[in-house]
Design a protein around this ligand. Structure first.
Ligand code: AMP
Ligand code: ZN
Length: 480
């Protein structure tokens, strides 16, 4: 498969060629863990998930790195406002690390419920301060910093092409507009690499550094951790469009200033926002929706995933309950259709190996692939899935295999959602009954710590071509 992505750097669709053939280094900015992720944030992570799964399904070996911001992120991206972590800890009467730990767990709980695969590397800012210090030293050695008011700043006039990603022009940046209230900044876009003396005297977490005891700026953490895990130049960096003008612009400036290598990242992929009827979601005003809230209202996490995939990642998506209702209905009918197909294909428990070839379903797989190859068009990909399910001329077993293959990217758990109780004939019915009896017996044996018996049941079934799999929701079976 040959992908093309809309590259924010250059603002055009570009064919994707990784630096090392068949390998992809991908960094997606992760959450600042001072509160729950809102459903807009989850849009960004679903986009990353679809990107990674599409590339892997096409045969690329992807290293996906995600940071956890647990220090240094101020409410204003240009070094103004409160420290998000410190403020949250104060409000909750907890330590910063307790808050970080709680919301990191909550984040991965949400992403797991949405079938978002955990990245290859998840790295916490607080555990990488030494790497940040090393990187800042390199930037300093290359003459791109200055000290003022106790902080160490990045001098944006010292690097070529500052602001290229965001199409910013330095002479157009009005002083004051970007410097915020910080009088120490010499140029509009300059930003803090290392805070020592600042308004945050109550900063809970501080480290020794060549510039004094203090803590890192937010942008440097993404440069330091991505370089550590992916190298000085890598393939793809992603985040929401809000990160283009400041966070990602500054990440590029620092990384290139440190290494002297351009371009630092080859492809920049930015997702548009999810907006509420009332406009933007804001954690500071409390105007935001969490996944849990949707679950409390009776939706399932995968309904929301379906809703998101119905929009292209570069289009703004308006959230509404009506939209989510349609997604829920569509997903319900999808599950029903897949179950019906499985019955036609010869028993729900029959799982076809993905590589078997898709025969009469091949054209749908090709169109599905093309949709993803062309800048990750999930709406088109979904349309191909539906086209396949409505097409009665396709052989059911081949259609089923194709549906499961598509679901490797869509991730609606279609395979797991299959009813295991739709036998084709009496013989199958008896077999299903027997298997279910044995699964129950094995569960009881495990409970009684009779692991010998439990293993014997599993092995006995295996010899008859029945594989047991233990899932969080219980044991499921399939034919080998
Ligand atoms: P944050 O935790 O604020 O750094 O945001 C995490 C990710 O969510 C970043 O990639 C943001 O760009 C992205 N993001 C924030 N708000 C939205 C939104 N309403 N819709 C889509 N993505 C968002
Ligand atoms: Zn980042």
């Amino acid at each position: 498969m040959s992908f093309s992505f809309y590259n924010t750097l250059g603002r055009k669709l570009q064919s994707f060629q990784p630096i090392i053939p068949n390998k992809v280094g991908f960094y997606g900015c992760g959450p600042t863990v001072y509160n729950y992720a809102h459903i807009g944030n989850l849009r960004a992570y679903v986009v990353h998930d679809v990107l990674v799964k599409s590339l892997r399904r096409a045969g690329f070996e992807v290293t996906h790195v995600m940071n956890i911001t647990d220090v240094g992120h101020l409410s204003g991206d240009s070094d103004d406002g409160d420290d998000k972590m410190v403020k949250s800890a104060e409000e909750r009467g907890k330590s910063v690390l307790e808050v970080a730990d709680f919301y990191t767990r909550a984040f991965f709980n949400d992403t797991a419920r949405m079938n978002i695969e955990r990245p290859t590397v998840v790295c916490k800012a607080t555990e990488h301060v030494a790497d940040m210090i090393v990187l800042i030293k390199r930037i300093e050695a290359n003459g791109c910093t200055y000290s003022a008011g106790g902080n160490l700043y990045f001098d944006t006039t010292k690097v070529p092409g500052y602001g290229e990603l965001a199409l910013l022009r330095l002479d157009e940046l009005k002083a004051g507009a970007r410097t915020g209230l910080d009088e120490n900044k010499q140029n509009p876009g300059d930003f803090v690499l290392w805070f020592t003396k600042s308004k945050f005297e109550n900063q809970a977490l501080v480290w020794d550094s060549p510039w004094g005891r203090g803590y890192p700026g937010w942008h440097i953490e993404c440069s330091a951790m991505s370089i550590k895990y992916l190298g000085e130049q890598f393939d793809i960096h992603a985040g929401g469009i809000d990160h283009i003008p400041i966070h990602h612009t500054n990440e590029i400036a620092q990384s290139e200033a440190a290494t002297g290598r351009r371009p630092w990242v080859r492809y920049w992929i930015h997702n548009e926002f999810l907006v509420l009827d009332k406009g933007k979601m804001s954690k500071s005003t409390g105007e935001f929706l969490t996944l849990q809230r949707l679950l409390d209202e009776g939706y399932q996490a995968l309904d929301y995933r379906y809703f998101l995939l119905g929009g292209h990642y570069r289009s703004q998506l308006q959230f509404s309950r009506e939209g989510l209702d349609s997604a829920r209905n569509a997903r319900k009918s999808l599950t029903e259709k897949v179950n019906a197909l499985a019955e036609k294909a010869g028993g729900a428990a029959v799982l076809l190996p993905g590589k078997a070839g898709f025969g009469s379903a091949g054209a749908y797989i090709e169109a599905f692939n093309k949709a993803l190859e062309e800048d990750l068009s999930t709406p088109r990909a979904l349309a191909e899935l539906w086209g396949l399910l409505r097409d009665n001329t396709v052989n059911p077993a081949e259609a089923l295999a194709a549906v499961f293959d598509m679901d490797r990217v869509l991730s609606f758990s279609l395979q797991e959602g299959l009813k295991n109780d739709s036998p084709q004939n009496d013989e199958d019915a008896a077999l299903v009954k027997e298997i279910e009896g044995l699964i129950a017996e094995r569960g009881a044996a495990k409970k009684a710590k009779d692991f010998g018996r439990a293993d014997a049941i599993r092995q006995g079934l295996k010899e008859r071509g029945i594989i047991l799999e233990d899932k969080p929701a219980g044991t499921v079976w399939r034919r080998a």
